[in-house]
Write a protein that binds this ligand. Structure first.
Ligand SMILES: [Ca+2]
Ligand SMILES: [Ca+2]
Ligand SMILES: [Ca+2]
Ligand SMILES: [Ca+2]
Length: 661
């Protein structure tokens, strides 16, 4: 039998609440029919189907047909056909029906001890916010129950009631005990904003039904507001619903809570505003929803706001509340590359851990004896260097600049803030020190020996395929380490104004970056530039309009964009706006290292997928050849990684472009 969801739900709504009690009551409900409902709903959810059995009680109860009266004729006919197929011999097994007194008394004589009884029933919002009995529309629930005397169990279903009427059935299970079963409400479009009761109903193999106590559940309707890469002020209004989903995306974004003062806020992530510290524990109790992790704000009147990519709250009294992490480094405000990718918000989750190793495939960082320069604003005790790796290929220190974007010392009132504050950095000079393949081998073996993941920034363009081996060997090396290594490689400066003349710059990235197509742990990174004057928001430089740099290679094998002209410290201690695609890929590497710091169970391919799935779309919708999958977003990426870490089954209900970004 197959029925569409709509038909079954409307049928189900005709069943009065009084039909189910804690004692058998076969007169007012057709259990076989409700089982059919459940079965089709299960099919609609792509869950496994289940056979339905019928008892003599189903067949002999004189009032059974009355339950069909209001319903679709086809339903009645189909059920009757199935009933007729049950062989008579099976009826002999159903002794329970005979235990009812013939005079119609409501008390069963001797069956209580063998009837299943719910000894535990709980259903709550799966999101992990601190309101377990309210759930966002299309959110998810977790169901647990335990049945005693479950020997005659046929199935257990979860019913939704509104005003004492069953309006939906959220699934059916045949286990006697269930623990934290996930129910995706996105499959139940009629479970809309309002107040409901939920209850479990057990059906025995002879057709008797018993219900659990019911539990209240409030469903919050919501609307969603999405920002862009620019720093914005997003107004929260009551029209967004009793729930609201607000995504600031990149840039220094303010959520304007007009009409709401700090005293209206019951909690943020389950804590008071006063207890909120961006650098300590502010992300441990977020809500997992839409495949990602949200901060949540509870208002005193019951409204809830889910937010991400928001750096600041503004209240009705014009006071503001900072959510992101800020540093005291001299040029932090100028680091537009951090602000456009929400790195300050990602720092709430991590500033880098020892589980991850950063690696540089560039011009090294040391200065040859007698040469000028030094290591500036980078803690030397984090560096793994080889004396043969010098940084004299470029006069200002190309490798030094790239490494500083990834890992400059933060909060030392000097220089810039690196994206990753803590992880060690394995420095290779592939220009004049070691071959590319030797550098990769050395770094990976160092990381594997310490059980670390390793993120390479590759300031290399043009033909590096045969540095230290054949191209096939290089590809094998990258492929063999996809579990622990990811590569962020400059797309190349092959176009006008670049230092690499590449006639194919409009249709393909350069050199090793091309391996993004065949290796899921390699990312080609194009250079994104400001195209107009920047604006300062809350002391931070924000881009107003952006485009791919004219020189940047692009094409069908461009994976992601990151900001170039990124403030960096050179080896003479000067801040320079480090340009080229070489100024972009260290941003992606640093952000990838934060993702891995949040969730070290991921493979290199999974980290790349997270960066792709959470990137900010640019240009024509979807992937395109000018921007690839878009601009990397650190906050969105670590939130996805965190959601997968904390609640994998719930976060995995969403994937690819279905993830809320
Ligand atoms: Ca909730
Ligand atoms: Ca924004
Ligand atoms: Ca933002
Ligand atoms: Ca610094």
């Amino acid at each position: 039998m197959s029925y569409n969801l709509k038909l079954l739900e409307s049928f189900s709504s005709n069943i009065p609440n009084s039909s189910l009690t804690s004692e058998p009551n076969l007169s007012a409900i057709s259990p076989s029919t409700t089982s059919e409902l459940t079965e089709s709903l299960i099919r609609a959810n792509n869950r496994s189907s289940r056979s339905v059995t019928y008892s003599p009680a189903d067949l002999t109860n004189p009032t059974q047909t009355s339950a069909f009266q209001d319903n679709d004729l086809l339903t009645q006919m189909s059920v009757s056909q199935e009933v007729q197929e049950i062989p008579h011999s099976t009826f002999d097994n159903y002794l329970y029906a005979t235990s009812y007194p013939p005079n119609g008394s409501s008390n069963p004589l001797s069956t209580t001890s063998i009837n299943p009884i719910f000894t535990n029933f709980s259903v709550f919002d799966a999101s992990g916010d601190n309101t377990t009995t309210s759930v966002f529309e299309s959110g998810a629930l977790r169901l647990s129950y335990n049945l005693a005397n479950a020997v005659s169990l046929s199935n257990v279903r979860l019913e939704v009631l509104r005003s004492d009427r069953v309006v939906s059935t959220l699934g059916s299970w045949n286990q006697a005990n269930l623990s934290n079963e996930l129910i995706n409400l996105a499959s139940f479009s009629n479970f809309t904003g309002g107040s409901y009761q939920l209850r479990a109903v057990v059906r025995t193999s002879n057709g008797q039904e018993f219900s659990s106590a019911s539990q209240a559940m409030k469903v919050l309707s919501w609307n969603r507001t999405n920002g862009t890469f620019a720093g914005e002020t997003i107004d929260y209004t009551a029209e967004l619903g009793t729930g609201a989903v607000i995504m600031g995306r990149g840039g220094t974004d303010t959520l304007n809570l007009s009409g709401i003062s700090p005293s209206h806020i019951t909690s943020i992530n389950g804590m008071s505003l006063a207890a909120f510290n961006p650098l300590s524990g502010s992300t441990t109790n977020q809500a997992v929803f839409g495949g990602t992790a949200f901060d949540y704000i509870n208002l005193a009147d019951g409204r809830e706001i889910y937010l991400q990519g928001i750096e600041r709250l503004r209240f009705s009294d014009s006071s503001t509340f900072e959510l992101q992490v800020r540093t005291n480094d001299n040029f932090f405000g100028s680091q537009w590359n951090l602000h456009i990718s929400d790195v300050g918000s990602a720092w709430r989750f991590t500033q880098g851990t020892s589980n991850v190793l950063l690696a540089s495939l560039d011009t090294g960082i040391l200065t040859a004896s007698g040469a000028g320069g030094g290591i500036v604003d980078i803690s030397t005790n984090r560096l793994i260097t080889d004396p043969s790796d010098d940084d004299n290929f470029n006069n200002y220190g190309h490798g030094h600049s790239a490494i500083s974007i990834m890992s400059a010392t933060a909060n030392n009132s000097s220089g810039i803030s690196g994206i990753n504050w803590n992880s060690s950095v394995y420095v290779n000079d592939v220009y004049r020190g070691v071959s590319l393949q030797q550098a990769i081998r050395d770094t990976v073996s160092y990381a594997r020996a310490r059980n670390q993941k390793v993120v390479f920034q590759g300031g290399i363009q043009g033909n590096w395929f045969n540095s230290g081996g054949t191209r096939e060997q290089l590809e094998q090396l990258i492929r063999d380490n996809s579990d622990v290594a990811i590569f962020a490689i400059a797309a190349g400066n092959g176009g006008p104004g670049g230092n690499l003349s590449d006639p194919s710059y409009l249709t393909s990235v350069s050199g090793v970056a091309q391996l993004e197509t065949t290796h899921n742990n390699l990312i080609s990174v194009g250079a994104l530039r400001n195209t107009s004057a920047t604006t300062t928001i809350n002391g931070l430089t924000n881009a107003v309009s952006v485009n791919i740099a004219s020189y940047s290679n692009r094409g069908s094998n461009l994976t992601l964009m990151a900001a170039t002209d990124s403030p960096a410290m050179d080896k003479f201690g000067n801040m320079r706006f480090f340009g080229g695609t070489s100024g972009a890929n260290p941003n992606v590497a640093g952000i990838a290292s934060l993702v891995w710091s949040v969730n070290s169970t991921l493979t290199g391919g999974q980290v790349r997928q997270i960066l792709i799935d959470t990137a900010m779309d640019l240009g024509t919708p979807g992937r395109n050849n000018s921007f690839g999958y878009g601009l990397v977003n650190a906050d969105a990426a670590v939130r996805r990684a965190s959601a997968l870490q904390r609640s994998s089954d719930l976060a995995s209900l969403y994937s690819g472009r279905s993830i809320f970004v």
